[in-house]
Ligand binder design. Sequence first.
Ligand SMILES: O=C(O)/C=C/C(=O)CC(=O)CC(=O)O
Ligand code: CA
Ligand code: MG
Length: 440
Amino acid sequence: MPYTASPLIPSATADHQFSTQNLPYGVFSTSSNPTQRIGVAVGDFVLDLTSCADLLTQSVEGLTAEDVTSSNLNSLMGKESKVWKGLRAQIFSLVTGSAPGLTTSNFVSLTAVTMHMPARIGDYTDFYSSREHATNVGTMFRGIDNALQPNWLHLPVGYHGRASSVFLDGSAVVRPQGQLQKNKEDPKEGSIFGASKLLDFELEMAFFVGGPANPPGTPITMAEAEDRIFGLVVMNDWSSRDVQKWEYVPLGPFCAKNWATSISPWIVSLEALEPYRAATSAREQKDPEPLDYIKDPNYSSYDIALEVTIQGENMSAPETVSKSNFKNLYWNVKQQLVHHSITGCNMSPGDLLGSGTISGTPQDSFGSMLELCWKGTREVKLGESGEVRKFLKDGDTVSMSGVCKKEGVGCVGFGSVTNKIYPAGTKLAASGANGVWKAA
Ligand SMILES: O=C(O)/C=C/C(=O)CC(=O)CC(=O)O
Ligand SMILES: [Ca+2]
Ligand SMILES: [Mg+2]
């Protein structure tokens, strides 16, 4: 099918990250109207769903005014997937002009919007689904012989994270302090208190759970999984490696990862990503075959190019430190969701499930500084800036972006998640309204 342009929004060309193939949801406000409301990005503009709520609810079965006029996406996320699909189809028709009713007054310029947290996140879980990342971290923490634990190829390993410290693109991030092992070589010497020195990013994506919650005791099946995934964002799972090293045995990450996780503001649906469905880098899961409940008969992922940049305070431009791809995950989003609920865990609309760090095989596709600097044994060059890093410095701005591009298909971009690191002890303003904290 040829690309369908928008007569109303000529900037929404096939190669714009917000082409008419994308239609991602976000929550925004403007200085002239500070009400937080739901929008859909189209080219250089945002379609204000509140401004056309009647048009939408009249034509989409099951859609209520609350779903499109709330200050977050939870109500819409909680609807059956056929309602989100109906809404996407109707927005596509309106934006591309095959259905009448919209004028340019329904849109605001992207440059005029302030983005807000897209949803109230009830629970946040983070997986560990890149075989390359798990092997690299395992080798560094436990040695090459114990790199991949015996369970890893049988289930998507994960841990329960902390929803209250999921922040948005643009938020300040303060270097954490905590307990650190006193002697690097000998844990028996105990700990000291201090600012984390081994501050790291983790290149991840995450998905928002959608659909009515399954009751406790009723797992989500593989056949149902795509109807319970509302859409994806790019995510940075900020990590303190020295805190992690001392605390993680035997229960896994705790304080090392409870202080900041940041996400990009636009949620991209699986329907937008469908033309980008691709084999995973692993191609198949044969050795071992997953148990039946977690076997995906359509085992695949999405071809999403991911990039991480760092800009130090004295640098004039950001420099790329990693290029990876969402295809690099061994366990896909369906398998993560199905496994999370197999015990009967009730998954609620607005829950956020992180993919785990997305590393590929080549060194320049590693998704964390821990791997890029191989626990401090090599320096990572920041382009031609003359600067090098092992772990992150105060004042560094870390940015992650994701984009899908293919000839003949509209581009699907995620925008980016960009955050600056402030020194330990920096006071942030009293309210991090909408997930964006600023230095006081
Ligand atoms: O103990 C380990 O092997 C490492 C655990 C993590 O770093 C947890 C994590 O955030 C996983 C990930 O992002 O892939
Ligand atoms: Ca992580
Ligand atoms: Mg985190």
